[in-house]
Design a binder for this molecule. Structure first.
Ligand SMILES: *Cc1c(COP(=O)(O)O)cnc(C)c1O
Length: 392
């Protein structure tokens, strides 16, 4: 069969679902209500942002939530709220979005980039243990691809060393670990509402936490250093305006009602794809960490064991109508981070992942489970062309 990249017929010519999905009537109604009210910012007395923060705290099993402009700022505010700053080291996984580390830099602390588990690609407890120094003050597990990190061993380690735990839950709205929601498993959890995420208002972020004093500090960081209920021009600490708008919150609050149905839909697609991939031995689904009870399926990570050139494989898959994503380069290879003082531990598993792992994006996972056959068929077609498929 001629590959589409060589002029053959593509496996799939119908488009994949768009992301984000079209707004539903509840979102349209709330956005219109906020629009007409003129209360577009929470500081004017609008209540949708605070309702959203409360709803996320509830869903995360903790008492407090603070909405903010994006998750990068949310991670920054969470670190400051937990007392992390200049002179401190924060341990982050090597296989994650760059913002996990740049948020640490923003807080004035040093990111320490450590390896991930070679099997599930989440932050490795052993690698964290090896990287702890007297200056380490926090660790940042990332709930990668929507599957929670194995939090019990990480929390145990953090407790032994007196470290704060900030969960980067930017990809994991609605996910659970041992039946407990993410966001409430560490000292603070941070969600993203950036355009690619499972709930989006184009941009946005939200911090949840259990401790009242941490909440007060996070709120203050996000509200120009004010004290809640204090003077408008009283700024007892240094903070910034990191607030979310009411219009953004109006897109997000009703979304919580359909989040679970969308997660179920993505899980059904992933289950179908996993079955289909049984026929493609060179491709395996990256397994979840131990203890995951609900995977929100932001992405599905596939590991390729094939001699086919990676750039060619991705181009050939796109030509077949099944575009996949190359995923993250290891953070430790980014000069922008090391030149700012990031410390890099050996990261062979993250380097291996950068060479062998590809992602099926969330929008594709929203299709009917039957469409999973197209992904497997295109992979089988491109891989069976094998060496013949080389670009030269
Ligand atoms: C998207 C993302 C972020 C940053 O979120 P923004 O809202 O874009 O700032 C941080 N960490 C991870 C793992 C992400 O996927």
């Amino acid at each position: 069969m001629t590959l589409a990249i060589h002029g053959g017929t593509p496996v799939r010519s119908t488009p994949w679902p768009a992301w984000p999905p079209p707004p539903d009537s509840a979102q349209r109604a709330l956005v219109a209500e906020v629009l007409e009210s003129g209360l577009w910012g929470a500081a004017q007395g609008g209540t949708v942002v605070t309702d959203l923060a409360a709803a996320f705290a509830r869903r995360s099993g903790v008492p407090y939530g603070v909405a903010c402009g994006n998750a990068t700022l949310g991670l920054f505010a969470a670190l400051l709220g937990l007392g992390v700053g200049r002179g401190d080291e924060v341990i982050v996984p090597a296989y994650t979005f760059v913002a996990s580390a740049t948020a640490v830099l923003l807080a004035g602390a040093t990111p320490v980039i450590v390896d991930v588990d070679p099997t599930d690609l989440h932050l490795s407890t052993g690698a964290v243990a090896a990287a702890v120094t007297g200056r380490t003050s926090a660790i940042m597990p990332v709930h990668l691809a929507g599957s929670p990190a194995a939090m019990d061993p990480l929390n145990d380690l953090a407790a032994r060393h007196g470290l704060a735990v900030v969960e980067d839950a930017a990809q994991a709205h609605g996910a659970t670990y041992k039946d407990r929601p993410v966001g409430g498993l560490g000292d603070a959890g941070v969600y993203s509402f950036q355009a690619s995420k499972a709930m989006t208002a184009g941009e946005g972020g939200l911090i949840v936490c259990r401790d009242e004093a941490v909440h007060e500090r996070v709120w203050s960081v996000c509200n120009v250093g004010r004290r809640r209920g204090g003077q408008w021009y009283g700024h007892p600490s240094v903070g910034w305006n990191l607030r979310l708008t009411e219009l953004q919150a109006a897109l997000l609050l009703p979304w919580l009602d359909r989040l679970d149905a969308e997660i179920d839909r993505r899980n059904a697609f992933c289950a179908a794809l996993e079955r289909e991939l049984a026929a493609v031995p060179e491709v395996g689904v990256v397994p979840r960490p131990e203890g995951v009870t609900r995977d929100s399926r932001h992405l599905l990570m596939l590991r390729m064991d094939t001699g086919v050139d990676r750039a060619f494989l991705l181009a050939a898959m796109a030509a077949e109508g099944v575009p996949l994503d190359a995923g993250y380069p290891p953070l430790g290879t980014m000069a922008a981070l090391t030149s700012e003082g990031a410390r890099v531990e050996p990261c062979p598993a993250a380097e291996e992942a950068a060479r062998t792992v590809v992602w099926v994006r969330q929008a594709m996972l929203m299709d009917e489970p039957a469409a999973a056959a197209d992904v497997a068929e295109a992979l089988a077609k491109v891989l069976s062309a094998g060496g013949d498929a080389s670009p030269a």
